[in-house]
Design a protein around this ligand. Structure first.
Ligand code: ATP
Ligand code: MG
Length: 261
């Protein structure tokens, strides 16, 4: 069980998360949706124990994230939106081997790096340099490395945002098996096939909705529909200023700045 108790978090002066409380039971499948810049990635990094918190606590299975980190026990695995942020080594095989050197816990599914290679079908790319892999191959490798240390909780921070539909399908199929074994928290810009039993919506660092899909359909704010478009535009090199959030404002901004007359 994950218990987030009264977390307030700021990078510098601006408060990003404010007195946030959230409990996630084992085997719950949760999606975190929200406005752009509302603090979703920050919250993921806090749960994974990457960002230390000064105000509030994060308790996982009765102990704080600090305890799990200090003892190198990988309770929580996190897959970032951009797999490039995940890798340390140059070659595929070296990256997989590294996860075995770093974490020396007893495993049940993956006992050697070759078990990982076989399971995730990485034989063809095992000797490749990571920077020569396609986006889909990188995301598959990142996921293989994370799952290789058999975490109990898996956080996915917009894992499909950079993937084409074919690679999205491949990654979804891998995840399908693990969703039954792990507690998965996914950050998304879409409702993602209604596979979740709990929907959480963040806005300006606060949880403004927490409920099932039926209730979410009623709640669904306009800013949510635009956040997917805004992120898609970002991948095309168009950065929409934070203060513009309605469809009309965004259309006007693109017309004025990007359309040649
Ligand atoms: N390392 C950092 N230093 C300072 N400010 C940051 C840092 N990382 C994020 N922020 C700011 O904190 C706020 C929340 O960012 P965060 O990435 O958590 O939001 P998000 O909901 O994941 O956004 P998106 O939908 O764009 O992925 C944003 O205003 C962002 O600019
Ligand atoms: Mg984010």
């Amino acid at each position: 069980m994950i218990e987030i108790k009264n977390i307030t978090f700021a990078y510098e002066k601006d408060t990003i998360l404010e007195e946030l409380n959230l409990s996630i039971e084992n085997r719950e499948s949760v999606v975190i949706l929200g406005d752009n810049g509302s603090g979703k990635t920050t919250l993921c990094n806090i749960i994974a124990g990457i960002y230390p918190v000064k105000n509030g606590t994060v308790v996982i299975d009765g102990k704080s994230t600090l305890y799990w980190r200090k003892n190198k026990i990988p309770k929580v695995g996190i897959l970032f939106q951009n797999p490039d942020n995940q890798f340390i080594r140059y070659r595929v095989i070296d990256e997989i081997e590294l996860t075995f050197k770093y974490i020396t816990k007893t495993r049940t599914m993956f006992n050697t790096p070759y078990d990982v290679i076989r399971y995730f079908k990485l034989e063809d790319i095992k000797n490749r340099l990571i920077n020569t892999l396609s986006g889909g191959e990188k995301q598959k490798l990142a996921l293989a490395c994370i799952l290789s240390y058999e975490p109990e909780y898996l956080i996915l921070d917009e894992p499909f945002a950079h993937l084409d539909p074919v690679n999205e399908h491949i990654i979804r199929e891998i995840l399908r098996e693990f969703r039954e074994k792990l507690t998965v928290i996914e950050v998304s810009q879409k409702e993602s096939d209604f596979i979740f039993n709990r929907y959480i919506y963040l806005s300006a660092g606060k949880i403004v909705f927490d409920g099932d899909y039926k209730k979410f359909a009623e709640f669904r704010p306009n800013s949510f529909d635009m956040s997917y478009t805004i992120n898609w535009l970002k991948t095309k090199g168009i950065d929409i200023p934070r203060e513009l959030r309605s469809k009309t404002e965004i259309e006007k901004y693109i017309e004025e700045n990007y359309v040649k007359h």
